[in-house]
Write a new protein. Structure first.
Length: 265
């Protein structure tokens, strides 16, 4: 019977089941009605379907017509309830309760609940495709994250009425000069401050060179009409009133109310 999961697992051997297979099976506990007669001292009763509700760990194979412990079966726990066929079905309820409170079963019950985290740990330890050390994979991941963050910023900027731009030039550990650019705006009454990137300015640190990058980013983020303030440090290339970055941006943006803020060095 192809749809008898328990029979299939026992046939294949659980050792051949990957963590992914186990995780897929986690929420598919088979609960077939078994044609079993349970003989206790006082009475003879049939296997009751309601026991699947009472004992969340019990599963069954219709082909084998046997009950098993789903946790112990998937995680190779107590053999009596997972691999070895019970010698007899006498005192079934007493055996079930004894198993349910046994230390071995409780350990596998906990592991079953945490099957997803196990899977993740195993995946990272054994997966040959994703080691997290590949430069290509790392760059792909960074590109994906950047895309998500940038989409969020673009959506915010659409609803923001005004935007302030802030820039500073620093030297990277590799001795490259880079300009960082930050946008500030208000969305839903909250002040947002977003870093939009480092830009290599090693080849041209002139006011014109830096301004070109800033203007390109202002256009890129489609905020030409929203810029009301620019903030830089006080060095001449940035702050120069005639030819500094702030002056060039002012002329280019052509906003009468555009002002410049510069922290005191
Ligand atoms: Zn068990």
């Amino acid at each position: 019977m192809a749809d008898d999961l328990i029979h299939a697992i026992l046939n294949d051997g659980i050792i051949n089941y990957s963590y992914e297979n186990k995780f897929e099976s986690k929420n598919k506990r088979p609960c077939p009605l078994l044609n079993l007669t349970i003989a206790d001292r006082k009475s003879t009763r049939k296997f009751q379907f309601v026991w699947y509700s009472k004992y969340k760990w019990i599963t069954g194979s219709q082909v084998r017509n046997k009950p098993y412990c789903f946790y112990c079966l998937l995680l190779r726990g107590d053999k009596t309830w997972s691999h070895e066929v019970m010698s007899n079905m006498k005192n079934f309820k007493r055996k079930a309760i004894k198993h349910a409170i046994s230390e071995r079963h409780l350990i596998y019950q906990e592991q079953f609940q945490l099957l997803e985290e196990q899977i993740l740990k195993e995946h990272f330890l054994s997966n040959s495709l994703f080691k997290g050390t590949s430069i290509d994979v790392q760059n792909d991941l960074i590109a994906c994250i950047t895309d998500v963050v940038n989409t969020k910023i673009r959506n915010d900027l659409k609803s923001a009425k005004f935007v302030s731009i802030q820039a500073d030039v620093t030297t990277h550990v590799s001795y490259k000069s880079q300009m960082s650019i930050i946008l500030r705006y208000v969305v839903d009454k909250n002040i947002e401050e977003r870093f939009i990137g480092f830009f290599d300015v090693s080849k041209d640190k002139s006011a014109v060179g830096l301004s070109n990058i800033l203007l390109a980013e202002i256009t890129n983020w489609n905020i030409n009409d929203k810029i009301i303030c620019q903030t830089y440090d006080g060095v001449a290339v940035m702050a120069g009133k005639q030819n500094g970055v702030q002056a060039i941006i002012k002329k280019s943006i052509q906003k009468p109310y555009l002002f410049t803020a510069m922290p005191i060095n």
